[in-house]
Every structure is written in structure tokens, then in C-alpha cells.
Design a protein around this ligand. Structure first.
Ligand code: ZN
Length: 216
């Protein structure tokens, strides 16, 4: 699997720091389970965070704190630091997500939202929404922006928007600066896992009524 779109630094940091809602954290964990590159960056951030904490604790007793911390990192201390989600699932469902929905996206109960779009809601993940979305090829979303963060992990198919083209394994890490209009451009259904921190900002009645995450 070639992954072209990754988590940004701020998102990884808040995940590693445990400062993220459960829904967003599930999407991050699912991407980390299949992305060596982001997993490595998460480990590095954890190491830095751990070193800073130790630095503070040791500063009271040693002037050589920084050196000792760096020595420990040089000795491979980072390998002891675990980034939470780990087992890599062989299927198209990353292991952390499989804990909620099982291994098969086809066996899920999909609820029709509007023609061409189905959803499968995950159990309440705190503020915001977390769901799987299944969209028919050629379906375009309404342009929309966000009040908070939105993370979208592609599981099957592909879509394109102002940011680029997204294939399985890619993650769209959007903040409230971005307005986008995803268009499914694969020849089969596109399925993605989406979490938002807050409901999207819709300007049309249709948008408000359908309460979408993908914007339709
Ligand atoms: Zn990544």
C-alpha cells in the first residue's frame, strides 16, 4: 500500500499527548496501524515528550539532565515507547477499527442517507461524530468547511478534492481553514472512516437536514 497523504504534526502531537477526542483518536490509530512513516513520527514525538517530562523531573537533582536524556535516547530508549495501536490487520479494515466493526466492510449494516450514499455510525465517541461512509462513484459532495477538525481515512476506492487524490490508506487531515468538495473517482464505491470534532458548517437547508460528514 502506497500512502501519499499523512497526519500533520499537530494532529500527531495531540494524539500522542492524549489530548484528542475518541473519534479522532480512532481515525489516527487506524492510520498509524497501516502507516510506517506516521508510526515512526509518533514514536519520535512520544520520545521527545517523555524526554521533556524526565528532564523536568531530573532537573531538580542533576545539572546533567539533558545529557543523560540524550544519552538514553542514543541508546535506543525510544524503542521502549509504545504507540498505542499496533497490530497491523491484513484486511482493508485497520486493526483499531476492526475492534468496532469487524473485519469486513461488506458485512456491515449500511443505512441509506441519500441516493448513492450510505453510512454506518460508530458508537458515540464523545463530542463530534464518527462514522463509516460509503459513496457511489461519481458522487460529489457539497462544498463545506469545518468548525473543528475532520479526519478522513480512505479504506476502499478513491476520491479527489482541492487537496489532492486520496487512495486506501491515505488520511485527509483537515482543519477549519479548508473548504473542500470531495468527488468519488473510483469505479467502485468509496468507503472511508470519518471523525469530526464538531458538526460541519452547512449553509443550505438540505445540508443541514442530512447532517453529513462528507457533505452531500
Ligand atoms: Zn501516514
Amino acid at each position: 500500500m502506497t500512502i501519499n497523504h499523512h497526519l500533520d504534526e499537530a494532529t500527531l502531537f495531540s494524539y500522542v499527548a492524549g489530548a484528542m477526542g475518541q473519534g479522532l483518536a480512532l481515525v489516527v490509530a487506524s492510520h498509524l496501524a497501516i502507516c510506517d512513516s506516521c508510526r515512526q513520527r509518533a514514536r519520535e514525538l512520544e520520545a521527545i515528550g517523555g524526554a521533556l517530562l524526565e528532564n523536568i523531573a531530573l532537573a531538580a537533582v542533576s545539572e546533567n539532565t539533558l545529557k543523560s536524556v540524550l544519552d538514553r535516547l542514543d541508546q535506543g530508549g525510544t524503542s521502549e515507547i509504545a504507540v498505542r495501536p499496533l497490530p497491523v490487520s491484513g484486511s482493508e479494515v485497520p486493526a483499531p477499527l476492526a475492534g468496532y466493526v469487524g473485519d469486513s466492510l461488506d458485512d456491515l449494516s449500511w443505512k441509506k442517507l441519500v441516493p448513492g450514499i450510505w453510512m454506518h455510525d460508530l458508537p458515540n465517541q464523545g463530542k463530534g461524530m464518527t462514522r463509516l461512509l460509503r459513496v457511489t462513484p461519481g458522487k460529489a459532495a457539497s462544498p463545506h468547511s469545518h468548525r473543528g477538525s475532520e479526519l478522513t481515512l480512505l479504506l476502499r476506492g478513491s476520491y479527489s478534492d482541492e487537496v489532492g487524490r486520496f487512495m486506501p490508506g491515505d488520511i485527509a487531515d483537515l482543519d477549519d481553514q479548508i473548504t473542500h468538495q470531495p468527488l468519488v473517482d473510483s469505479d467502485h464505491d468509496c468507503i472511508c472512516l470519518i471523525a469530526t470534532e464538531y458538526p460541519l458548517r452547512y449553509t443550505t437547508l438540505f445540508g443541514k437536514v442530512t447532517q453529513p460528514l462528507f457533505g452531500f
